[in-house]
Design a protein around this ligand. Structure first.
Ligand code: KG4
Ligand code: ZN
Length: 345
């Protein structure tokens, strides 16, 4: 089966071709039109997707060495995401499927992230034959879930305010970094001291005088944001410049330690031996290192996506469509944006 996947939920225009679980191409174009705005401008994102979608799709087909007539199915992100951005990929995918008389499958973007650690092992073959804990950390979501062997999802924790990626991006902005600040904080932190300043770790056992937060898998990053802001306001610009790498490392440490502590605690408490980390923040080198260390200490198997599959990409969209179809399931429609348009034969 040859699947074309399309992803346009935020500021990456991406198309990928998968053949029987193997990625033949995965073309990702990151939009730069938002530079200077401090975040993604929804209208600009939609227009940029519209400008690029045909060229990116052609590039993915070309790189896979196939034509559109070789396709058996088209899958596209149907949400969550910026509504205008989602609609560009979704309507393009549905029209193309209709014109080619092949099925169209809508895919949930976050669920696609959850299964992205298994793409390299072959979309349908890599998924563990045991339940696993999924930590999904992106610019808009922070979720801790238990994924069953039937691919069912039970969310056991989520952020009460900002997502982990947002915490990187917003505190990075305070440090004068451009959007998205996560990758730059990651780089700066490599030369910094994570113990330079202790920023708060909310909703953890260490953050409370009692043990009442043990077994609480929710997250909160808004206090960290306020704490970074008020702390920076008390420092001189020269001091901040001089200690930029230390501050970046300290912010990163606050985020990474909470994510690691809660994920490993959830695995131990639920006696689950596999953990998979996904979403843009899973590209973070300190998070990967901390998870590797803690999981190996507790004998937990850790599944990490290759860096290209951490951030938004269309291979994960095609891979989830293939995984669900191989299990006889119909991928979910979400947020009402995706009329299921399986074409009649
Ligand atoms: O999954 P993603 O590409 O898009 C969404 O679905 O949101 O995630 C984007 C987020 C941004 O907040 C970005 O700063 C963060 O992932 N990110 C990182 C790193 N690479 C991307 N955060 C920390 N370290 C990184 N290396
Ligand atoms: Zn994403």
């Amino acid at each position: 089966m040859i699947i074309l996947g399309l992803e346009t939920s935020c500021d990456e225009t991406s198309a990928a071709v998968l053949q029987n679980g193997k990625v033949l191409s995965n073309v990702v174009s990151s939009q730069c039109c938002h530079t200077g705005f401090g975040g993604v401008v929804p209208e600009l994102a939609s227009r940029e997707h519209e400008r690029l979608i045909v060229a990116i799709t052609d590039a993915a087909l070309g790189e896979a060495n196939i034509t559109k007539n070789d396709l058996d199915l088209i899958a596209a992100t149907a949400g969550p995401g910026l509504i205008g951005a989602v609609m560009v990929g979704l309507s393009f995918a549905q029209s193309m499927a209709w014109a080619l008389r092949i099925p169209f499958v809508p895919v949930n973007h976050i669920e696609a992230h959850m299964f992205s650690p298994f793409i390299e092992a072959g979309a349908t073959k890599g998924v563990p034959e045991e339940p696993f804990i999924s930590l999904t950390v992106s610019g808009g979501h922070t979720l801790l879930s238990i994924i069953g062997t039937d691919l069912s999802r039970r969310i056991i924790g989520r952020t009460l305010d900002d997502a982990a990626g947002e915490a990187f991006d917003k505190t990075g902005k305070m440090l004068g970094l451009s959007y998205p600040a996560g990758p730059e904080i990651d780089q700066l932190a490599k030369q910094g001291n994570p113990s330079f300043h202790r920023f708060p770790r909310a909703l953890t056992a260490q953050s409370q005088t009692s043990k009442s937060y043990q077994g609480n898998y929710d997250f909160s990053f808004s206090g960290l944001k306020t704490s970074v802001l008020t702390w920076l306001q008390k420092q001189s610009p020269a001091y901040i410049r001089h200690h930029k790498t230390d501050i970046a490392a300290s912010i990163q440490d606050a985020i990474v330690s909470v994510l690691t502590e809660k994920t490993v605690a959830a695995a131990l408490r639920h006696q689950i031996n596999s953990v998979a980390i996904a979403g843009g923040v899973s590209a973070n080198s300190a998070l990967r290192a901390a998870m590797e260390k803690e999981c190996s200490r507790h004998g937990i198997r850790l599944h990490l996506p290759g860096p290209v599959y951490s951030t938004d990409n269309a291979a994960m969209i095609a891979a989830l469509a293939e995984l669900k179809i191989s299990r006889g399931m119909r991928p979910e429609r979400q947020y009402g944006t995706a009329p299921f348009a399986g074409m009649p034969s």
